[in-house]
Design a protein around this ligand. Sequence first.
Ligand SMILES: [Ca+2]
Ligand SMILES: [Ca+2]
Ligand SMILES: [Ca+2]
Length: 255
Amino acid sequence: MKRLVLPCLAICLSVAPTFALDHELEVLNRVVFQTIDKNEDGVLSRLEVDLFRQDVMISQDYDNDGNVTAAEHLPWDMGWQVLAEERGVIDQYWDARKRVFNTWDVNNDGVLNQAEQMLSQSNEFYTASNQSTTPLDFEAFKSNLRIIKEMNDAVNSNTEVTLINVFEVPEGALDETIKMWTKGRDFLQTQPGYVSTALHKSITPDAKFALINIAIWKSAEHFKAASKAMQANDAAPKIEGLTFTPALYTVAARD
Ligand SMILES: [Ca+2]
Ligand SMILES: [Ca+2]
Ligand SMILES: [Ca+2]
């Protein structure tokens, strides 16, 4: 399979938490921007964007017939697909890619012919440049150029985080701790951004953590705001000797 291989792929494959992934998305955008910016003047001219378009279209046209089908176009990836897979938003990513392809496929025959390839990219440049020929700066590139914006939005569409809270429960305080947790849960599930929660009770004798809570929140910001609200409302009673350690996590690797 022909692909444009960029140094960013190594970066994009590295494991990182949510905020670092946002940084990685920024790095990916920057690397692709610099790849297109042949004269290294920090902006993308109409010519540079078109030269890149030609390189990409040629690399996608596996059977060299001058046309690019959806099957030829969609596997092309410069790093966004890897990030989408890491973040669990691969469906949103494919939807975005198909949406862009369908927009470019003006006569809706499932193939980008030469005229459609040129027209689509010309239109995209002028749209990104506010109907002018002004070269695109980095912000315009990542926020206005359709395929880049669509891929960025897809990769950014999931900001869910997992709260894992481990409880060291003093002897004889298990039921009381579960009651405390339930009261806290009742409050937290009314807060914006709450998705789900599950309290796990150890079945291993003498486990260090008798209880572990695993909860999903729409974003770290939602969870932090909810925690603050809970503290302000004193919604969780105190239990002598109980220690708990909450932290937010995101998926670092999957099967
Ligand atoms: Ca340039
Ligand atoms: Ca072809
Ligand atoms: Ca077509």
